[in-house]
Design a protein around this ligand. Structure first.
Ligand SMILES: [Cu+2]
Length: 367
């Protein structure tokens, strides 16, 4: 939603080289060998596409952020485990809410509220029937909870006024319930104003594996989110796993013909729908992951907020394959990426990135 952003953007310094300047740029975008300094439109620095990004060659400082979306992708947190008398497995986690400024696109800072310092929070993973114990510590300046999707008592539902209620700054509460049903779920804060608490970054994926597991695959989690960087109740940056354009600049490397399994969650606030589309390939779709039978072979799914599903596919050809929101506005504001199969020509990624990696509103810090 660009209305408010455009107005705010007018007063902001436009980062050099950020905006397309017309045909010169497009020529660069389609010419794989023309790269580096002196490029029309100021796209200097695009020769190093492992790290370059859309704001005049700058990239997000993942170290300062405390998380890197390339690592978040395949980072599953199984907790600390131990067998209980009777043979059940107990999984335990400690999750700390922390206020933290993160850079959601080069030069675009955002005062996030986080679980364990990252957005999305850790991907918690268990097996159907496990006993789960999550100790929540509120190190933020604001009251929060952890509300899990799944089946449990109201006492453990993370709702203000019920059970532990909202946890004040400095407080803590331990949520305890069983892992059910199997599927792909999520957790998020449930303190009012709800949209604001979620939009700040208090959410994460929660995977419950079926008892017998799923077939071996290269597994990854994609949490579709966005950031309202000027607090006008609409988003300026869209992404999967928080950093706009990250998987354009660092394509996700996958193996040809290997089964990919994507755990896709939509937590986007302020927009009613989000979507995922992959180019030149099709996937089997398992809504909410609660059945082992796919519902559809497709290349696009649409998800409302809180909806999620599991995607399975094999990519049969080497090359760079785009995936993005099929809401074009979101794609152009950061929610775009590539799967890279094999080793395509060296500058293919650079050319693609030059074509897509910019924020029309100019980026920069909100006023
Ligand atoms: Cu909260």
């Amino acid at each position: 939603m660009l209305g408010g952003a455009a107005a705010a953007g007018a007063a902001l310094p436009v980062l050099g080289g950020l905006l397309h300047q017309g045909n010169g740029d497009r020529a660069l975008a389609t010419e794989p060998h023309m790269h580096g300094g002196g490029a029309p439109g100021g796209h200097a620095g695009h020769e190093d596409f492992a790290h370059a990004s859309f704001a005049a060659g700058r990239s997000v400082d993942h170290r300062a952020n405390g998380f890197d979306p390339t690592e978040v992708l395949r980072d599953f947190d199984y907790g600390k485990t131990r067998r209980l008398a009777g043979g059940r497995l107990l999984r335990e986690w400690t999750i700390v809410a922390q206020d933290r400024e993160i850079e959601v696109a080069p030069g675009v800072k955002y005062e996030a509220w986080t679980y364990n310092g990252r957005v999305p929070g850790p991907t918690l993973r268990a097996r159907e029937g496990d006993k789960l114990r999550i100790r929540f510590v509120n190190g933020s300046q604001h009251p929060h909870t952890m509300h899990f999707h799944g089946i449990h008592t109201s006492q453990m539902d993370g709702m203000p006024g019920i059970g532990g209620g909202q946890i004040p700054p400095g407080g803590d509460f331990t949520y305890e319930f069983d892992a059910e049903p199997f599927g792909l779920h999520l957790y998020h804060c449930h303190v009012a104003p709800l949209a604001a608490h979620i939009a700040r970054g208090l959410y994460g994926a929660f995977i419950v594996d079926p008892k017998k597991g799923r077939p071996d695959a290269d597994e990854m989690v994609m949490v579709m989110n966005g950031f309202d960087t000027n607090f006008d109740l609409s988003n300026e940056v869209y992404a999967v796993n928080s950093i706009g354009f990250h998987y354009i600049n660092e394509p996700i490397r996958v193996s040809r013909d290997e089964l990919l399994r994507i755990y896709l969650v939509n937590v986007l606030e302020y927009d009613p729908l989000n979507s995922f589309h992959v180019h030149a390939n099709f996937f089997q779709y398992y809504p909410t992951g609660t059945s082992l039978q796919p519902s559809e072979l497709t290349d696009t799914v649409i998800l409302g907020q809180g909806q999620r599903g599991i995607l399975e596919m094999k990519l049969p050809f080497d090359g760079d394959y785009m995936f993005h929101a099929h809401v074009s506005e979101f794609a152009e504001l950061g929610w775009s990426g590539f799967f890279r199969v094999g080793d395509p020509p060296r500058f293919a990624g650079a050319a693609a990135a030059a074509a897509y990696c910019e924020l029309p509103w100019g980026g920069g810090r909100p006023a």
